[in-house]
Design a protein around this ligand. Structure first.
Ligand SMILES: NC(=O)c1ccc[n+]([C@@H]2O[C@H](COP(=O)([O-])OP(=O)(O)OC[C@H]3O[C@@H](n4cnc5c(N)ncnc54)[C@H](O)[C@@H]3O)[C@@H](O)[C@H]2O)c1
Length: 337
């Protein structure tokens, strides 16, 4: 029975990835290690088969706790645990550096000590910085790492830590760099769930700057399939860009959500831009498509429809979060703009 150690499995992508593994490998067992920060939510794991899934609450920076949770000789470590929200990293970067860099080093050390077969680091396209508006350029695996936010800098540093573990100690590692994910269970402060929630409640939709920033969107389950393909077929030491060739201006994403919910565009409010806001991300996923034989299977239209439906049907999930820590945070970020 293969055993996989997944970190951050109570978060948005991590919980989808836990489901993905259990669905595609009927004999697999998952150990899900997560600190349950503001972004981790045990409700995200509702319905997951408890006979093949073990949840352990713990911090990836806590060496003793990681050592006792990670089984000897497990098949893979998938590191999805992270401080992940760029806006929060602008406000305060400390926790990003701690979790995303130190935590990754601790996991690598323990994976080596336990003889784990492969270490998969889930990174982001943001490590490669920003592309010009008026170019056809896309990020490839050869693009230089030029992070612009504290979040992206911490993820880029984590990639170097992963590289060093391979070069120095021979740990078998693979890195994935994906673009912006969307889908069910994404924390409501991120663009798509924020806009869906506000539109459903007839509240203003805050759009940074001129709304013309471009992001390359991918449905979360397609990202999970990409992580899995990198684990199964990726060459050791390689990074793979995962993207669905789906570039969208932020303002178009917001308009599509309003249209899908039958709400007026007059709900849009432009607010002052985020400092260091990257202008455009665009991913060239050729290596993943050819070497990993990976292809996304959800179109933007179908994915957005599924996502909106999920938020409509799970308003209690959103309300739960909106009534707590999130409400204070929301005031801090948007209250004075
Ligand atoms: N969301 C995206 O669009 C996107 C795109 C590309 C890559 N990624 C990467 O994918 C991963 C998952 O992103 P997400 O959007 O699901 O994030 P998320 O914020 O929803 O979830 C992160 C999870 O990590 C846990 N965590 C945080 N600090 C921890 C610590 N010190 N120890 C243990 N657990 C901790 C949280 O409790 C949470 O469950 C991250 O590594 C992120 O950098 C995200």
């Amino acid at each position: 029975m293969p055993i996989y150690f997944v970190t951050g499995g109570a978060g948005f992508i991590g919980s989808a990835f836990v489901r993905y593994i259990l669905d595609r490998s009927p004999d697999a067992r998952v150990i899900n290690y997560d600190a349950l920060t503001y972004a981790g939510n045990p409700e995200n794991l509702k319905g997951v088969d408890p006979s093949r899934h073990t949840f352990i609450k713990g911090d990836i920076c806590d060496r003793g706790s990681v050592a006792s949770a990670m089984p000897d000789g497990c098949d893979a470590v998938f590191n999805l645990a992270a401080e992940s929200h760029v806006d929060r990293s602008i406000h305060s970067a400390d926790e990003f550096l701690r979790t995303n860099i130190i935590g990754t080093q601790v996991l690598l050390d323990e994976a080596r000590a336990k003889g784990v077969r492969r270490f998969v680091q889930v990174s982001t396209d943001e490590v490669m910085g920003s592309l010009a508006d008026d170019s056809d350029e896309r990020f490839t695996e050869a693009s230089p790492l030029r992070p612009n936010s504290p979040y992206a800098a911490s993820k880029a540093a984590a990639e170097f830590v992963v590289r060093a573990a391979r070069e120095t100690h021979g740990v078998d590692t693979v890195v994935t760099r994906c673009g912006n994910n969307y889908g069910p269970r994404q924390f409501p402060e991120k663009l798509i769930p924020l806009m869906i929630s506000n539109a459903m409640n007839d509240e203003p939709l805050p759009v940074y700057g001129d709304g013309m920033n471009v992001r390359d969107w991918i449905y979360v389950d397609d990202h999970c399939a990409g992580i899995w393909a990198a684990y199964e077929k990726g060459r050791s030491g390689q990074a793979y860009n995962i993207g669905a060739r789906n570039e969208q201006h932020n303002i178009d994403v917001v308009r599509s959500i309003l249209d899908a919910l039958g709400k007026p565009h007059s709900l849009i409010r432009y607010v002052s831009d985020r400092p260091g806001h990257d202008r455009r991300y665009a991913i060239d996923p050729t290596a993943a498509e050819t070497e990993l034989e990976w292809m996304p299977s959800t179109t933007w239209e179908a994915g957005l429809e599924k996502t909106i439906l999920w938020y409509k049907e799970n308003q209690d999930w959103v309300e739960h979060i909106r009534s707590g820590d999130y409400r204070e945070y929301y005031k801090l970020m948007y209250g004075s703009r």
